[in-house]
Design a protein around this ligand. Sequence first.
Ligand SMILES: CC(C)(COP(=O)(O)OP(=O)(O)OC[C@H]1O[C@@H](n2cnc3c(N)ncnc32)[C@H](O)[C@@H]1OP(=O)(O)O)[C@@H](O)C(=O)NCCC(=O)NCCSC(=O)C[C@H](O)C(=O)O
Ligand SMILES: [Mg+2]
Length: 296
Amino acid sequence: MTNAPKPRRSALYMPGSNARALEKAKTLDVDCLILDLEDAVAPDSKAKAREQIVSAVTEGGYGDREVIIRVNGADTPWGQEDLEAAVHANPDALLVPKVNSAADLEQVAQRLNVLGASPSLKVWAMMETPHAILNAAEIGACGHDARVRLSCFVMGTNDLAKETRAALAPGRAVMMPWLMTCVAAARSGGIDVLDGVYNAFNDLEGFEAECRQGVEMGMDGKTLVHPKQIEACHRTFSPSESEVLWARKINDIFDQPENADKGAIQVDGKMVERLHADMGKRVIAIADLIAARSRG
Ligand SMILES: CC(C)(COP(=O)(O)OP(=O)(O)OC[C@H]1O[C@@H](n2cnc3c(N)ncnc32)[C@H](O)[C@@H]1OP(=O)(O)O)[C@@H](O)C(=O)NCCC(=O)NCCSC(=O)C[C@H](O)C(=O)O
Ligand SMILES: [Mg+2]
């Protein structure tokens, strides 16, 4: 089954130890918030960050933003307590770091059931290790197993660079095979996939170029490290007016009775098939959902 369309253009990380950021997030026009207990939090601050995240999520105030808690891995001293706390807080999803295989996600799913997690709680997977890339197909296939709750991949390009020693350079040529493998694996499992972060948050030109690259690759959105990045991210990942007009036009044409028996037609000098109309339906659905938001 494929995820229902949902705007996930932007997913802003913030350290759970940063109370100001957790509060400010309530005012930011962002689709998803990733409240981090993992790499953005120093070991001595893990307990405080966990407490702050639980009380922030329990208190609420994040409106229609999707709230995701990134826990520490099960093999760390904090993983089990993070999972318990996150189940108690009941966000929209848990983000599991450094997933290596489908078995890793199955273990998390079992633990969530033991802890009595709400059926609405989803699981997102960080794709950021060499094993994750090599096992991307089996991890993506978890999208078809409702017990595993998998709904989204998040690319971890910093960890991929660290683990492989590949450069995280402008253009990302050397990362491209891994990124596209994960796009294919996500789609094969019917789930979404978000691009990695752009660390140089003051370089908005470079950031926007990387957003455009993500759109071309088929990413659903991008993970962000700073509020400055939200505007360019939404500008790039939102369907443009001309894309929406085109999508409506070809759907209207295929809906006309005289085209009921046609599989391919000519529109404005282009060959258009029903698969293009289906692609357009997704564009229209995402555009309508963005427009329906009170935050704009
Ligand atoms: C990078 C930062 C440490 C910079 O922080 P700071 O120097 O405080 O920024 P500013 O002074 O410019 O902040 C201006 C205002 O914006 C708020 N702010 C800043 N960042 C955030 C944020 N991420 N979320 C919410 N609000 C934020 C400040 O509070 C200021 O507000 P105000 O008080 O009203 O003036 C910082 O941006 C930061 O911590 N970013 C997130 C870092 C993070 O979470 N990293 C982990 C994920 S990245 C990763 O590793 C992905 C993956 O795993 C991989 O392997 O690639
Ligand atoms: Mg990482």
